[in-house]
Design a protein around this ligand. Sequence first.
Ligand code: M6R
Length: 614
Amino acid sequence: MCGIVAYIGKKEAYPIILKGLKRLEYRGYDSAGIALINKDELNVFKKAGKVSNLEEFMLDQDHAGNSGIGHTRWATHGLPTDTNAHPHVSMDGSIALIHNGIIENYDALKQELVRQGYLFKSETDTEVLVHLVDFISKKENVWFGEALRLSLLNVVGAYAIVAISKNFPNQMVAARKSSPLVVGIGATGDFYLASDATPIVEYTKQVVYLEDEEIAVIKLGEELKIYNISDQEKTPYIQQLELELEALEKGGYEHFMLKEINEQPRSIQDCFRGRLNAKEGWVSLGGIKDYEQKMIQANRLILVACGTSWHAALVGEYLIEDLARINVEVEYASEFRYRNPILTENDVVIAISQSGETADTMAALELAKSKGATILGICNVVGSSISRITHAGSYTHAGPEIGVASTKAFTAQVTVLILMALSLGHKKGTVSESEFRILLAELEEIPNKVKKVLESNALIEQIAREYKDASNALYLGRGSSFPVALEGALKLKEISYIHAEGYPAAEMKHGPIALIDENMPIFVVATKGKSYEKVVSNIQEVKARKGKIIAVVTEGDEQVRAMADHVIEIPETNEFLVPLLATIPFQLLSYHIAVMRGCNVDQPRNLAKSVTVE
Ligand code: M6R
């Protein structure tokens, strides 16, 4: 979490940094700050709260300068105050530094620096870094870039750092370990740095993604230099960005979340573009093609993920086990990494992550790799850390997801998992040719069917009005709709702050049923399929206790309509594909409820889009 952005060149740095911070605000929005070098002055501006607070404050400030760094914070150490905001500055006021990550040994370092006479203003772990750089630069008599490298030899933890010094106004240094950092190379000898490519894309498409323990040294008038932590020079690997600027704008929608929900017909289509052809009867996930035999013969496929991506993994478990008859386990990355799991070379660990930066998911992969397992990734962000450490993987191609609540990334992850299950099942012979072709044809129809579900928006908004003041909600589903229930509950709680739980419908009678009364809305996936009759019985059990039923049903269903308080119809589809449709009414419901409750939909409290700390 935390977003960092920096610029050095001939242009005014402030507008570039401010715009970049707005793009990165999804990574944290507790406070924001900027440091600018103007001739031989270093000016620092910091404000608690959103970037807009800082922007307002800057109206009366002199923000001249051609070099600067900016930060938007997701608080780890210390409250979100002006003082704890980044950048942090050395005691002599010469060096300023921004940081994304956590310095785990900050306390020991701080005690040593205090002994050396350093005074700390903030409660952050980051302030330790700037004092350490200052201390080493004076002690070793080296420039601040070398001092940063030497400092990092003493640091335990995760970091993406950019530092500037008013004594070296034409230079900038940056380093990364476990937190992302991209350097953009401008056409006119200027440089842009950021946590991801979104603040850079409108200025240049030439980027270098820093690897772990790499240091970027930028000197105006010279080429970008990259060193490893042992000071050996490396050749920068320059990549071409494929991101388009329009993808980062709201495109007329009031919120990114609503835009992203409505993008799903296209994002699902983009996800299977070039990967499936129903007429010719083939499916191909190019990125993992060479690993498919390994997956078919694996002991187990272990899907590791967090949050929404973990829900997608659960859908994947139902699909891969059923269609490809391969043993699948789904693990919370945060638990897996500390459980000393039994792993062998015959296991394939697949990480699912929108951002490709989630710290727990990264650590789970690293552990699996160290034990000899094959590691694969399903990520949305191209060039992200997970996509770079895995042996192979498949991108979801959903386009940038800015709203903190994941929507289109989920359906794209599920789409990749369906393609994977079909491809493996077809190759293994567990899916017959006719079933394979039927599923492919049905999958090609999904974008149109998603469009149809989105047409229920007005009805869903009406339903939202009725339940917006609920304090609790239950979500129920069976089979691959159970993860849809979990995902529905997560969406509601994270953006509207209503307490919600997802359950397999049959589990309701083992406890949650005690909560049901006339005030409790129960959202149920009751589509036609293997468990339909069972779910209908669960609905009756709820009605017998006066609970309110809002059911997602298959078009034309009269049985559930007769029992439920509200129904939302989705088009008929193959049971394996239902999660792609059934999840959408729940996304819209959460969205409308959150808007009606006056919540900040795109930036819910306490959350950040990219969780790069444990
Ligand atoms: O980037 P990732 O997919 O690895 O993120 C995992 C979770 O942090 C994320 O899905 C989170 O649960 C979302 N806020 C849910 O909407």
